[in-house]
Design a protein around this ligand. Structure first.
Ligand code: PLP
Length: 236
């Protein structure tokens, strides 16, 4: 198999999902590998409402996600999941005369499944977060961020700003007019220190990209963010 198709579960701008069910069906017919980049969006599968957009994602061959995004554990907790363990092993296995060799089927050798041979126990952070939150806790965190993103969009729209995307997850794209006007608002926000948003270009339009993913964000924080954005947009 030499062809790979990569879809996103949680688009970096809109938060939306590529149609994985269709992609997987077509890729299977063509003998291609399907990888899903779910850096933050894969966690949405924990919540029944937001998992609806992920139809077909489980049919992929491999998935990547980050614990250091929506799960809120420290950098650098990237995770790759591969349907067939042997596929990962054949890509990553590390052999040298000085290394212990094990029967991979019987004994799991960690360095046969990751790019590094020496690393700290990153998985402990993820294990502890999942143990303390449980599935319901992850689902609540996902839903909380998504509802706060909707509140951001509603609040900004009520001040007359244009929301460019359908807010289907935790991402909001806002335009403040021309590319220069939008970049100027983003610049003021970044220097203001109340909240941090980046500028992006989506479908040819420059936008402020609001990404709500911190577990500690409250409704008051969202309102303070909206007030700050309104100040930055209307004040010279
Ligand atoms: C959809 C998506 N893929 C990949 C990445 C890269 O993530 P990292 O280098 O933190 O693993 C990001 C980071 O924002 C992302 O949003």
């Amino acid at each position: 198999m030499s062809v790979a198709e990569c879809g996103q579960a949680g688009n970096v701008n809109t938060g939306d999902f590529d149609p994985a069910a269709v992609i997987c069906r077509r890729a299977r017919a063509a003998g291609a590998w399907v990888h899903v980049d779910g850096a933050f969006g894969l966690w949405a599968l924990a919540h029944p409402e937001f998992a609806l957009r992920a139809e077909g994602v489980p049919n992929a061959d491999s998935w990547a996600t980050d614990g250091h995004k929506w799960l809120n554990v420290p950098y650098d907790n990237g995770i790759v999941l591969v349907r067939e363990a042997n596929d990962l092993r054949s890509a990553m296995a590390l052999n040298a005369a000085c290394l212990t060799t094990t029967d991979a089927q019987a004994d799991r050798e960690p360095s046969h499944y990751a790019p590094e041979s020496s690393r700290r126990a990153r998985g402990v952070d993820i294990w502890a977060a999942l143990l303390s939150l449980g599935r319901d806790g992850v689902a609540d965190m996902v839903a909380g961020s998504c509802h706060q993103a909707q509140a951001f969009a509603r609040g900004l729209a009520s001040h007359g700003f244009k929301i460019l995307n359908q807010v289907v997850l935790n991402q909001v794209l806002v335009s403040f007019g021309s590319a220069e006007e939008t970049r100027s608002v983003v610049d003021k926000i970044q220097r203001g220190g109340i909240l941090w948003c980046s500028a992006t270009v989506w479908q040819g339009r420059t936008a402020m990209r609001i990404s709500v993913s911190n577990w500690a964000t409250t409704a008051d924080d969202v309102q303070a963010g909206i007030d700050e954005i309104v100040r930055a947009a209307f004040k010279e």
